[in-house]
Design a protein around this ligand. Structure first.
Ligand SMILES: C[S@@+](CC[C@H](N)C(=O)[O-])C[C@H]1O[C@@H](n2cnc3c(N)ncnc32)[C@H](O)[C@@H]1O
Length: 366
């Protein structure tokens, strides 16, 4: 098995391919990214034996922007006989995975492939039994062991492989399943909720998304993002010239500022979260976010960068670089992650967490 299969949003295969090629090369892994447009995945074929496994271990999944999942796979299995698809799949995994902890039979996130999901669900049951009988899977689920993936791109045609639980997406098809809250003022609410799931480990929610925190939401109307913060019992300053949903104003947790988000400055010094969903040129948003972080006006930020029509990977990389440089200039240590979320369309979502100021004696703890 010497290929890395990356799941991505349909239409963003080129960006995903450019990214894996660049990030693999930084680790001296070279290969060829096979792209089929609108397929919802990219296959990176490594030139040297063993290098797909090296990437799986050494390339942090969290550092990938356009990939939703990262799996090592072998050759495409075609024309699986309908009377016995299990034997070839089991054969492909024999020797490659032992004592796996989970099985996911998945498809690319495209309308055509989704038709196969019903079959995938049915197929999972007998396949799991066979993999358990062959010791490819443990007899119980374990979050500490490799995950076996079977990825059907067409009827009878699939890639088979595995991902590592410490370096993969924990979600089926790489997509967190979120339910739209019926009392939220806009569907955008799911973007911020998904961002929390993707960027903040579940066991840190109570500390980093804590009740009573202060937050600023730039470009807030009608209030889908503010809703998420209010739901976590935060006090929110929502900045936008438009109208906020009355239901949010009625909570007493929201202050609405009818102002330009680029000019607004915080009126208190204990803002923890800055979130921003203004539709603007990415470089303007990137600079604004850098201003907030450099000045210590917030501790963590989540924001969108709207993507241009072309050179989208380059555009995102340049903006992340810009932010990184502006923080470094001021000696500010920060974690920066970006991801094209399931609920993002022509955009990516960025999360930045200030860790501490590098100036001795100015450790910036909450
Ligand atoms: C995509 S909508 C935000 C949706 C919101 N996050 C939600 O979940 O309901 C973008 C918002 O940004 C606001 N906006 C755009 N430019 C702005 C600016 N310079 N200052 C403040 N708000 C701005 C628009 O008025 C619009 O309401």
């Amino acid at each position: 098995m010497n290929k890395v299969l990356l799941y991505c949003r349909s239409g963003f295969e080129k960006e995903c391919a450019a990214e894996i090629t660049a990030k693999a090369a930084e680790r001296n892994v070279f290969g060829f990214a096979r792209v089929k447009e609108q397929s919802g995945y990219v296959l990176f074929e490594c030139y040297q034996q063993g290098e797909a496994e090296k990437l799986l271990r050494e390339l942090p999944f969290q550092s990938l922007i356009f990939a939703r999942q990262m799996v090592v796979v072998g050759e495409l299995l075609r024309d699986l006989p309908s009377e016995d698809r299990i034997t070839p799949v089991t054969g492909m995994l024999t020797g490659a995975v032992e004592k796996g902890g989970d099985l996911r039979v998945e498809v690319p996130d495209t309308n055509e492939a989704k038709e196969l999901l019903k079959f995938c669900r049915k197929f999972t049951v007998p396949l799991r039994a066979s993999l358990r009988a062959n010791k490819i899977l443990l007899n119980y689920e374990s979050a500490k062991r490799p995950v076996v993936h079977v990825f059907f791109i067409a009827p009878g045609t699939c890639y088979v492989g595995y991902s590592l639980p410490e370096n993969n997406s924990p979600f089926f098809m790489g997509i967190p399943r979120l339910k739209f809250p019926s009392d939220a003022p806009s569907r955008s609410t799911l973007k911020l909720e998904e961002a929390f799931h993707i960027f903040i480990p579940a066991d840190e929610w109570d500390e980093r998304l804590a009740s009573g925190m202060y937050a600023v939401d730039l470009g807030a109307c009608p209030g889908g993002w503010t809703y998420q913060l209010v739901k976590r019992s935060m006090m929110v300053h929502s900045v936008d010239n438009g109208p906020m949903a009355q239901s949010l104003m009625d909570t007493g947790q929201v202050t609405h500022h009818k102002e330009d988000g680029f000019r607004y400055r915080p009126t208190r010094s204990n803002i923890y979260w800055l979130v921003c969903d203004m539709v603007e040129k990415p470089v303007r948003v990137a600079n604004l976010m850098a201003d907030w972080l450099v000045n210590g006006w917030c501790r963590e930020a989540i924001f969108n960068l709207k993507l241009p029509m072309k050179k989208r990977y380059e555009e995102v990389s340049q903006n992340l670089q810009l932010i990184q440089e502006r923080l470094q200039e001021k000696g500010i240590n920060a974690q920066i992650h970006a991801r094209q979320l399931y609920h993002d369309r022509e955009e990516v979502t960025v999360h930045i967490r200030r860790i501490w100021s590098a100036t001795p004696g100015r450790r910036d703890e909450r």
